[in-house]
Design a protein around this ligand. Structure first.
Ligand code: SF4
Length: 409
């Protein structure tokens, strides 16, 4: 594993430095969930529904109403919006008109930062250049393409609606349509995949020169067809050593091509880390709207150490609840000190720069290793290592990240 690839991520430092003691952060991010897909991929456990048609107008109206509700709350009112993320599902199924309307609704309710990052996830099977041009004109300035693989056999196994050639054309079309910030999502550790095949996917991605590459290992989530196929022996997961070799190959090969890993599964050219996701990983506030979306605020006072909420997951029930109540919350959790501080530690540990001890102390009025003495045993066992700012996952800790995070729950 290449741990010397240090991204000059001033963005990450800015985010960490911006974390204030128990007060709402001075900026806001907005996540908008669009849950419709052409087909349900058998490995997917996101809140998405396969549908041949979708109530675009009605759904957009519900999103506008929900945004309006949060814009009037004390905690979120008036904060400048620095990132917006349209995720799904397959947001690119909606028309450019929908994004124009939603972005105007956000800009009407909140001051929009002039250089806000506005991302849309897109399925390579649903984009062609004129459509992409219209999305760009609607205000989207970052495109995240769910490529997953450049191998047709793997794409069929994953149940994707696009082929390898379409994926290649989608990246070229994105640049042709005027996007200069494009992410390519890849998946590895697919059943039957060899290290060589994974290398070909990585090289093809690099050849297309996206600004950002996400490389996720396949997981078998309960409730998905992949989970039961694995249980019944129809799918055979790769050996753990092969998975580790694939992670290491991604890190080495991508760093040779100018992409630095800044989070467990995310790589970027300098200045192109995803600002929206960095805000999640540094515990900054965000409003989530749409079916199954989540929101979070670090606001203190009577609300304790912050709170988070989750929305109704079913799109039809989501729309009905918003129409009745102006929001679709089905759960609201106030965080106690241990939850808020633990979340801060394991989320920031996802980033390669790790925990900023001074930011923790500013926010929680305590030393981080006093609140979590386990940090010292994790250093002793080689899972964490010290940095000038605090601690980060060691190369071995990165491979065992989930068990490290469990220590802070
Ligand atoms: S396109 Fe994405 S969100 Fe939709 S089913 Fe496939 S993986 Fe899930």
């Amino acid at each position: 594993m290449n741990s010397s690839c240090s991204l000059e991520s001033s963005l990450l430092r800015e985010n960490q430095a911006a974390v204030r003691t128990r007060a709402p952060n001075g900026e806001l991010s907005i996540y908008v969930h669009i849950p419709y897909c052409v087909a349900k991929c058998p490995y997917c456990d996101f809140n998405s529904v396969a549908s041949s048609s979708w109530p675009e107008e009605e759904y957009v109206a519900a999103l506008e109403r929900e945004l309006g509700t949060y814009a009037k709350t004390d905690v979120f009112a008036g904060l400048p919006v620095t990132t917006v993320y349209f995720g799904g599902g397959t947001p690119s199924l909606f028309s450019p008109w929908a994004f124009e309307r939603l972005l105007s609704a956000i800009a009407k309710d909140w001051p929009m930062h002039s250089s806000a990052e506005i991302t849309m996830e897109a399925n390579p099977g649903t984009v062609e250049i004129h459509r992409l041009q219209a999305f760009r004109a609607a205000g989207i300035n970052r495109l995240s393409l769910g490529v997953q693989s450049f191998n047709d056999e793997n794409l069929r196994l994953l149940g994707r609606i696009h082929g390898a050639q379409e994926a290649i054309e989608a990246v070229a079309s994105a640049y042709g349509a005027g996007f200069d910030n494009v992410n390519v999502d890849l998946m590895y550790a697919l059943p039957g995949q060899t290290l060589q095949a994974w290398e070909r996917d990585l090289l093809q991605a690099c050849a297309l020169e996206p600004t950002h590459i996400s490389a996720y290992n396949l997981t078998y989530e309960e409730g998905t067809p992949f989970y039961s196929w694995r249980k019944r022996g129809r799918l055979r997961p790769l050996e753990e050593e092969t998975e580790v070799a694939m992670f290491t190959l991604a890190e080495d090969l991508l760093s040779q091509h100018g992409y630095c890993r800044y989070e467990i599964s995310n790589y970027a050219q300098p200045s192109f880390p995803c600002r929206h996701n960095l805000r999640y990983w540094t515990c900054q506030p965000y409003v989530g709207v749409g079916a199954g979306a989540h929101g979070y605020s670090s606001a203190g006072g009577n609300l304790g150490w912050g709170f988070r909420w989750a929305n109704e997951r079913s799109p039809s029930r989501y729309m009905a609840q918003v129409q009745k109540e102006g929001h679709a919350r089905v759960g609201l959790d106030h965080l106690d000190f241990h939850q808020a501080a633990g979340e801060f530690v394991f989320l920031t540990l996802r980033c390669t720069e790790g925990i900023d001890a001074a930011a923790f102390a500013r926010r929680f009025d305590r030393r981080v290793d006093e609140a979590f003495p386990v940090i010292h045993s994790l250093v002793a066992t080689g899972l964490l290592e010290p940095t000038p700012q605090g601690w980060r996952l060691s190369p071995r800790g990165t491979l065992l990240a989930d068990s490290v995070f469990a220590e802070f729950l």
